[in-house]
Design a protein around this ligand. Structure first.
Ligand code: HEC
Ligand code: HEC
Length: 470
């Protein structure tokens, strides 16, 4: 199957043999932890931006966005931040929200271009039912996602009562961690979801470096996958493969917590449809995620506009928004030579974290566009891994089963609180610290987690110092 995956989203200059040899050396794992590696402080390569000290740290255009495109980038930002309103409205260029929706702007979930946090409006809930054929399909009544807001005069699909159970975990050296396991109480407006329904709560990921992740060669990701664990390290790693709505071919899934989206543009169009209820060239129906059973929703007023190609969001708006979403810069690292950070880095490698959080990749050499042929440090393999019962949502998505998640990129990890005003990690935001996130690891990552549990308090602090320096 691997050989059939194409990359229609990017025009590529094929690598020469000499380049392949150079790349193989450049992405080797480190063995000397007495000093930082070359280029390590610039995780986005030429696209790296300064590590601002305020909430704008994830909001900067990548350093390699050409001057001539900066105006479009800012227009894209305006669309990302725009608060959409219901139709009909006097502000024609911003109407069409809903009928059901989850938020009024992209930026209300991706806070300051960073992540969303559990308990805020940013926690969205995917839903599906078995299709009777071994697969799944959207819920017949509620669709693929539950919306907790609706236009006035309509009742939202559900309200969420989120609570947490405490889970204590003893760590070596007399320390204890107090984790919290989320419990989702759903009050459904249009009848119970039913026994067979499967839900998957998720928070919005950070928006940095997405064009770079899109430019990692599919071939390089597939080379990291080891579905049958032939190398016997207990870590398999499977590629997500999806049918692209935009290109009509099978592609590697890269975006979203189960890697269900092949490109930034498809993810963006899907967000407009499902999260905001807006029509785009790719998903042109104006009722978003309403099902045929939800007749009131399908018949509600909408903002499709002849001056916007008969849509609520036209191709020009999508183009600038995609430019923006692809090119948010990755902040430079600090303290790469700090002895505690270097100690933490060596522990990261000793514990086997790098088997999934693969530090380095080299992007495609592109015929045009940003992020071409760069050594980048996202700390992910973009593959799916079984993370154990503790993190399982029990809801298959494409090739991912109910225990598998895409390895989260770790770049920008230490800046989450600075950008978003609070901390929150993992797909559902349950972890309040970076250490809690690590302690929830299980399944293929159980052995790595156990190593962290067994560290001395001093070494655990060093590991965290390294993670927070990313
Ligand atoms: C209701 C909250 C919410 C809103 C509104 C929202 N997003 Fe997201 N976004 C998410 C969540 C949750 C995910 C992860 C989705 C998944 O796991 O499938 C995500 C994922 C993404 C990703 C992929 C990032 C990655 O690392 O995989 C991109 C790109 C993105 N969103 C862009 C947008 C854009 C552009 C908009 C506005 C059109 C938007 N989002 C609106 C919650 C939101
Ligand atoms: C088997 C693969 C695997 C290994 C090994 C692994 N991780 Fe992860 N890691 C993941 C996956 C998958 C996620 C996303 C899980 C989720 O969202 O529920 C993740 C998430 C994280 C997060 C949260 C990131 C975020 O943005 O929320 C941190 C921090 C992290 N890992 C650190 C580590 C450290 C440190 C180690 C080594 C001790 C490690 N991981 C080992 C696969 C792995």
């Amino acid at each position: 199957m691997a050989g059939d995956l194409t990359e229609p989203h990017i025009s590529v200059v094929p690598r020469t043999e000499a380049e392949r040899a150079r790349i193989a050396v450049a992405v080797q794992l480190p063995t000397d932890f007495s000093k930082a590696e070359r280029f390590e402080a610039k995780p986005g390569g030429a696209a790296t931006v300064p590590r601002h000290l305020d909430t704008t740290v994830f909001s900067q255009p990548a350093a390699d966005v050409p001057e001539a495109e900066l105006l479009d980038f800012e227009l894209g930002r305006a669309i990302f931040e725009k608060l959409w309103v219901a139709s009909p409205s006097s502000t024609k260029a911003s109407d069409g929200l809903g009928p059901y929706y989850h938020a009024r702007s992209c930026g209300s979930c991706h806070v300051n271009d960073g992540r969303g946090f559990a308990g805020m409006d940013a926690l969205l809930i995917r839903v599906s039912v078995p299709d009777g054929d071994g697969g799944t399909r959207p819920h017949p009544e509620y669709g693929g996602q539950l919306q907790h807001k609706a236009l006035s005069g309509m009742e939202a699909e559900f309200q969420l009562n989120l609570s947490y159970d405490d889970v204590a975990l003893d760590l070596a050296g007399g320390e204890q961690a107090n984790l919290r396991r989320p419990v989702y109480g759903l009050e459904m407006a249009q009848g119970a979801l039913g026994e067979a329904a499967m839900i998957s709560p998720r928070v919005a990921p950070t928006m940095i470096g997405l064009g770079l992740l899109e430019a990692i060669p599919t071939e390089d990701i597939l080379a990291l996958s080891d579905p049958d664990d032939l190398d016997g390290d207990g870590i398999s790693g499977r590629a997500q493969v999806v049918q692209s709505a935009e290109y009509g071919v099978s592609m590697l899934g890269r975006f979203g917590h189960k890697a269900m989206m092949p490109t930034v543009s498809e993810q963006t169009a899907a967000a407009f449809s499902a999260d905001l209820g807006l029509s785009t060239p790719l998903f042109p129906w104006h009722w978003g995620d309403c099902t045929e059973a939800q007749e009131v929703c399908r018949a509600a007023p909408h903002g499709d506009d002849p001056e916007r190609e008969g849509l609520e969001v036209d191709s020009r708006a999508m183009a600038v928004l995609n430019l923006y979403s692809r090119n948010l810069g990755v902040p430079a690292r600090v303290n790469v030579e700090d002895p505690q950070v270097l100690r933490g880095k060596s522990l990261f490698h000793e514990a086997g974290c790098a088997a999934c959080h693969v530090p380095k990749h080299v992007t495609h050499r592109r015929e045009a566009g940003t992020g071409s042929f760069q050594l980048i440090w996202p700390y992910t393999d973009l593959l799916l891994h079984d993370m154990g019962d503790g993190l399982a949502d029990g809801r298959p998505d494409g090739l991912a089963n109910g225990r598998e998640w895409r390895t989260a990129p770790l770049w920008g990890l230490g800046l989450v609180a600075q950008a978003g005003g609070q901390q929150g990690y993992l797909h559902d935001g349950r972890a309040r610290t970076v250490l809690e996130a690590v302690l929830w690891h299980g399944g293929e990552a159980e052995a790595a987690k156990e190593k962290v549990v067994a560290l001395t308090p001093e070494d655990r602090a060093a590991l965290v110092a390294f993670l927070e320096s990313l």
